[in-house]
Design a protein around this ligand. Structure first.
Ligand code: PLP
Length: 656
């Protein structure tokens, strides 16, 4: 029925609301990019690097507020034309540069603001992302700030030693150490490096003294303290008395005695602590700094030649953009962080008449997260059936009649009760099937009716202000599944292992309403290989709003802020290998591809588990020959099989 001519606005509204006319499509406010911004919270976690442009695509501004931006969808299309298949990791070198500049600028500002009579010299913890191109860029971008590196293991020490070429930059040597580690670190001073060996275990004190005597090198030493101020959240146990690393206060006092006896107390110049990663609350950081500042002053009072205070990592990333102390967020910004460190340390030193230290931070996550974006495509979807089966002409089983009746009767008055009825009847149907009283077609009908009830109830419940709590599970039950060309175990292992949240959203169609709600299922045949927790304004949501998928149109999703820890912790579950990676740098008239790092081929991942591709091909060849002889395969089929097998070995482990 159409609009009746001459209707007054009130009549019109009545006709619309009683359903006697169709609401014209322009009466619904159009979906705008602002709606998408709000829904995916991109301003909260994305600024100043990620936003949405007028045509509804994600835009990347790798230099932050200093101009120049790229349409991410166009970039992905251009990279695909260069034969770079999805999933694809895109690194924006300019973002890395911007993060380093920002961190240094924040400390410079804090130092100026509080008249701090000392300096800041940061280091990047190599464990956060060891990829060579990234470390090389980092060292180069960090040159103006004498930005150094932190090693947490012997192999990372080898990286730091070979890569750091900045005069005056520090090389902080953390982690478990054997004689070889300490020797290598001390010998690095002969190359003009500035290694600081941080004693983390009581045994390392004797070892450092012995190696120093043997080599005739006076090292700079540090101690890592186990603070009693505990971090909170996921990595809270990195500090406190039970922590894995660091010396307790009695052990520190013991180490001082040992160094004094060896006439090496002047070597002890640094105090280090690390209370854990992703510290969401500024008060936790303040408590730790306050305690560490006191220890620092006391060490100086005991005669150590204190020069450096290393506050470790922990500077958090706001993954959900909520600016709260929720684990996926943080209730402070980088400037607050720098201000609090500078102010607390200055106050503690002034009160006790001690010179202030050079401040060091080992911020990994805060530097490396933003520069990597992971792009992947949707392969297909599966949605809960929404068809109501036709009633049959014959008399149906009672349980099916009950479900029909439940479906018909659902109303605003009874929907909660109807939901419990539907569940009960469905369970009855399954149990009847188990005893042989219901055929498989009858069971199918019962299940379809159950789903139809759920959808009708959900639609009603959605519109209610105070939706009953027990209906919230419908959000989850009725969500579609979107199958994604990705392995969570390889590309977002923390999402699986520690339920970390990363922002995920389509990188195009953002001017179109996302009418579906979905969880994401990855390529692995592991039921854990799915994403069903997403960032939300409060807490988390169990399904992500997405657009209807059609197989003819590529649908690209981006996972953001994945530059820290994910790559090296990723594993080869189901033998999905490293993804393709590109490094993109902004130029005055566009961008250039600095590096392409091809993802693993099947030959490579099979090699990790000791399969030689020649042997594998040989096995297939032999089987084919035998089958040919026995007349079970044609020569055409056997050639096709071999060709496919050989081509697969050379190609990407993901779907093309
Ligand atoms: C992991 C680690 C870091 C890095 O922590 P972020 O929270 O990523 O900044 C710094 N220092 C030490 C000793 C670490 O173990």
């Amino acid at each position: 029925m159409g609009l009746q001519p001459g209707s007054t606005p009130i009549e019109l509204e009545r006709q619309l609301s009683n359903g006697s006319i169709d609401r014209p499509s322009n009466a619904e406010p159009q979906w705008t990019i602002e709606d998408s911004e709000e829904l995916y919270r991109i301003r909260g976690w994305g600024e100043p690097y990620f936003s949405i442009n007028a045509v509804g695509r994600v835009t990347v501004s790798p230099k932050g507020d200093r101009g120049g931006s790229l349409d991410l969808y166009e970039l992905v299309e251009a990279l695909r034309q260069r034969n770079l298949g999805l999933p694809l990791m895109i690194r924006f070198s300019d973002i890395l540069a911007d993060r380093i500049e920002r961190l240094n600028a924040c400390f410079a500002k804090a130092i100026a603001r509080y008249n701090y009579p000392g300096t800041y010299r940061g280091v990047f913890p190599v464990k956060c992302n060891q990829q060579r191109h990234l470390i090389e860029e980092l060292v180069s971008f960090g040159k103006p700030y004498q930005f150094g590196l932190e090693a947490g293991s012997k192999p990372e020490l080898l990286i730091a030693l070979a890569s750091l070429s900045t005069p005056g930059a520090l090389m902080i040597c953390n982690g478990y150490k054997d004689r070889e580690y300490i020797e290598t670190a001390m010998l690095a001073t002969r190359l003009g490096q500035q290694p600081i060996i941080v004693l983390e275990q009581p045994e390392e004190v004797e070892l450092a003294i012995a190696v120093s005597r043997q080599l005739g090198i006076k090292p700079i030493l540090g101690v890592r303290a186990k603070l009693s101020s505990k971090g909170i959240g996921r990595w809270g146990h990195s500090s406190g008395e039970g922590a894995k690393f660091g010396l307790s206060i009695p052990e520190i006092v013991g180490a001082i005695e040992q160094l004094k006896a060896a006439e090496m107390l002047d070597c002890l110049q640094l105090l280090h602590f690390h209370i854990g990663s992703q510290i969401s609350s500024i008060s936790t950081i303040k408590d730790a700094i306050r305690e560490a500042s006191q220890i620092y002053v006391e060490l100086a009072n005991l005669g150590a030649n204190m020069n450096y205070l290393d506050v470790g990592g922990g500077l958090a990333v706001d993954y959900d953009g909520s600016k709260t102390n929720f684990p996926a967020s943080k209730n402070y910004n980088m400037q607050n962080y720098a201000n609090d460190i500078v102010a607390e340390v200055k106050e503690a030193c002034e009160e006790r008449n001690r010179a202030v230290p050079t401040l060091i931070s080992e911020s990994g996550r805060a530097i490396a997260s933003h520069q990597s974006v992971l792009i992947f495509n949707v392969l297909g979807t599966s949605e809960a059936s929404s068809t109501v089966p036709e009633p049959s002409a014959e008399k149906e089983h009672l349980v099916i009649r009950n479900l029909y009746e439940t479906y018909r009767s659902i109303s605003l008055e009874n929907y909660q009760e109807a939901y419990h009825d539907a569940i009960q009847f469905k369970e009855e149907a399954i149990s009847l099937f188990g005893f042989g009283y219901l055929s498989i077609t009858e069971r199918a009908k019962a299940e379809q009716l159950y789903w139809a009830c759920c959808q009708k109830i959900h639609a009603l419940a959605q519109k209610q202000e105070d939706k009953p709590k027990d209906l919230e599970e419908l959000d989850e039950i009725l969500a579609s599944i979107y199958y994604i060309n990705l392995s969570i175990f390889q590309s977002a292992p923390d999402n699986w292992a520690i339920e970390q949240l990363f922002p995920i959203l389509p990188i195009h169609r953002l001017n179109e309403e996302p009418t579906k709600r979905a969880t994401l299922a990855d390529l692995t045949c592991d039921s854990d290989g799915r994403i069903d927790r997403f960032i939300d304004r409060l807490n988390v949501k169990s399904a992500l709003e997405l657009h209807p998928f059609s197989p003819e149109q590529p649908y690209y999703l981006g996972m953001f802020l994945v530059g820290a820890y994910q790559e090296i912790m990723g594993n080869l579950h189901n033998l999905f290998g490293d993804t393709n990676t590109v490094h993109i740098k902004l130029t005055p008239n566009g961008y250039e591809i600095e590096h392409v790092v091809k993802g693993d081929t099947m030959t490579e991942v099979l090699g990790y588990v000791q399969y030689d591709s020649e042997d594998l091909i040989e096995s297939i060849r032999r089987q084919s020959e035998r089958a040919l002889k026995e007349g079970k395969i044609s020569i055409f089929e056997s050639q096709m099989l071999l060709k496919n097998y050989e081509r697969s070995l050379r190609s990407y482990t993901y779907l093309t």
